[in-house]
Write a protein that binds this ligand. Structure first.
Ligand code: CDP
Length: 209
């Protein structure tokens, strides 16, 4: 399906990444986890002892981001989550990362997941999914992911952190987390990864038919 853009947005730990990867494989499209751009920008600020909320420092980190930064091993976990969310609220950071995302999809199409793919990055995407789940389900999933990565965590803290980050992402003025008017919502609260994929695939095929 060369040229097809599938935009997947939604709150933290809703299962966007797993779903996006599987849809990309199915349609033979490249996949971009756009959260990594914000995570890597936040990490670059922290590397130099900076504050991710500092506009000039964060914008400089975003403008000088290199593809290799996305391969760092420390882009997950509570510190990276908070730094990503902080830099993501800065309009100049978002502007600096926009071109890379558009270029990624421009040539052969792509599946991209994030918060503003269907609203800002590819507002004309042919397929837009808004993937969500209850905060409780998302907290449990993120907790299990952290344990699987060997990162010590507390379920209540992880859930609270997710709720706080969603709140910040929803209420910021720059590209807030909001479903695009033409997005299809997929609630994965009661679905495992296979069921979420099968449901999403039907939605995508229906949109393309
Ligand atoms: O994996 P998880 O859903 O927890 O987060 P992520 O997709 O890696 O995104 C981390 C943070 O980056 C989010 O909380 C947002 O603040 C920001 N982000 C964004 O603003 N726009 C995007 N397109 C992707 C991520």
């Amino acid at each position: 399906m060369s040229g097809l853009i599938i935009a997947i947005d939604g709150p933290a730990a809703a299962g966007k990444g797993t779903l996006a990867r599987r849809l990309a494989k199915h349609f033979n499209l490249p996949y971009l986890d756009t959260g990594l751009l914000y995570r890597a920008t936040g990490r670059r600020v922290l590397d130099h002892g900076g504050d991710p909320r500092d506009v000039a420092t964060a914008e400089h980190a975003a403008r000088t981001l290199l593809p290799v930064d996305l391969e760092r091993g420390d882009l997950r976990g509570p510190e990276a989550d908070k730094a990503a969310s902080a830099v993501a609220s800065i309009p100049g950071v978002r502007a600096a990362l926009l071109e890379f995302q558009r270029d990624f999809g421009a040539k052969n199409g792509a599946v991209l997941d994030g918060r503003d793919i269907g609203t800002q990055v590819f507002p004309n995407a042919r397929v837009k999914l808004f993937v969500t789940a209850s905060a409780e389900a998302r907290g449990k999933r993120r907790y299990a992911e952290l344990l699987a990565r060997g990162i010590a965590a507390d379920l209540a803290e992880v859930t609270d952190e997710i709720i706080a980050r969603d709140e910040a992402d929803r209420n910021r003025s720059a590209a807030p987390l909001v479903p695009a008017a033409d997005a299809i919502t997929l609630d994965t609260t009661a679905l495992d990864a296979d069921a979420a994929f099968m449901t999403a695939l039907k939605m995508v095929e229906h949109t393309l038919s």
